[in-house]
Design a binder for this molecule. Structure first.
Ligand SMILES: *Cc1c(COP(=O)(O)O)cnc(C)c1O
Length: 349
């Protein structure tokens, strides 16, 4: 019997667990546009309290969460400083510019994923009619699976505050960063709080490694969340009986945070399995994403490799740079199969 394919394309592909489905099925609901959904209210209160914010807003997607955040921090003609590779610059269709007339000021990342402090400082525009008003610094953690150093986050947010900028963290994978930063036996929630603590607002995805089908939360002060709530309505994100979705998210917060360590261990196991394959340069993973660059002659064979993997029951993405993401629905046999299939393809002429 052929085993089910192992899907390493993204941590968004997870199926809700039976316990999560049971939580969803039993959720009491109300109309959240009237503020009546008990599950949405409970989720918003729980995540705000646990991460140390005054308030939170449940939104359908991380993209909408970042959009609400940028538009709640910035007005028309304002500017946000952001990294070239960050989701809220590169991967969201330019939404902040399209819907908010907010100009991005993208910066190159250092190899460790940070935006160099000197580059941030140099990008902050003086108060002059020639320039957009620089209002916001947006960072992302984890970024491509990398954990930004806590000392860097502290310095970057302090720099922003000194210059009167607001700060936003795209923490789609905040808990992966928290788990990695806590290390074995550490307190992942305490580290997540520490990472989030320096920022005025934070966005967290439930639909990535946490394994919920849908949803993100935006966190901030009560006044900020009130502004974001209005923008969410304009963006079409006012959902009605959303408690079925909030129940999945709350279940994930209660049961799927610490287990992210398992995903990180599987990513390390996969990287070890790929190590030494000719034509492949593997980046040692810090969290749940493994990148492997195809080099030399192998670089021309990326599309063939992805097709070969599919034929062996392994789904992955990439052309010159392969990307494998581990999650709730991946096991050791699956990552071993992936490494073996890559080895098989690249070892033959
Ligand atoms: C996935 C992701 C988002 C957006 O989430 P969607 O729910 O897919 O809109 C935002 N930021 C980062 C870093 C992400 O990985």
């Amino acid at each position: 019997m052929t085993p089910a394919p192992v899907d390493l394309r993204s941590d968004t592909v997870t199926q809700p667990t039976p316990a999560m489905r049971a939580a969803m099925a039993g959720a009491p609901v109300g109309d959240d546009v009237f503020g009546d959904d008990p599950g949405v209210n409970a989720l918003q209160e729980a995540i705000a309290a646990r991460l140390g914010f005054e308030a939170a807003l449940f939104v359908p997607t991380g993209t909408q969460s970042n959009l609400c955040a940028i538009l709640a921090h910035c007005g028309r003609g304002d500017e946000y400083i952001v990294g070239q590779q960050q989701h809220c610059y590169r991967w969201e269709g330019g939404g902040a510019a399209v819907f908010g007339s907010v100009q991005p000021q993208p910066l190159e990342h250092a190899p460790d994923g940070t935006l160099p402090l000197a580059a941030i400082e140099a990008a902050i525009k003086p108060d002059d009619a020639h320039f957009a008003r620089t209002r916001l610094l947006a960072l992302e953690n984890t970024l491509g699976g990398q954990v930004l150093p806590q000392a860097y986050l502290d310095e970057a947010t302090a720099l922003a505050r000194r210059h009167g900028l607001a700060t936003h963290l795209d923490g789609a994978r905040l808990f992966n960063a928290g788990v990695a930063q806590a290390g074995q036996g550490g307190d992942a929630w305490a580290e997540a709080r520490r990472i989030a603590g320096g920022f005025d607002s934070v966005s967290v995805c439930f639909s990535k490694g946490l394994g919920a089908p849908v949803g993100s939360a935006l966190l901030g002060s009560r006044a900020f969340i009130a502004r974001a709530h209005r923008i969410r309505k304009m963006a079409g994100g006012g959902m009605r009986q959303a408690g079925v979705l909030a129940a999945a998210a709350l279940h994930a917060l209660d049961h799927h945070v610490d287990r992210l360590a398992d995903d990180h261990a599987l990513a390390r196991r996969l990287a070890e399995g790929l190590d030494g394959i000719p034509g492949l340069a593997v980046q040692p993973p810090r969290t749940n994403i493994v990148f492997a660059d195809l080099q030399g002659e192998a670089a021309a064979r990326g599309a063939g490799l992805i097709a070969h993997l599919r034929s062996r029951g392994v789904l992955a993405t990439g052309l010159y740079r392969l990307r494998f993401v581990t999650h709730l629905d991946v096991d050791a046999a699956g990552v071993d199969r992936a490494a073996e299939a890559v080895r098989e393809f690249l070892s033959r002429p």
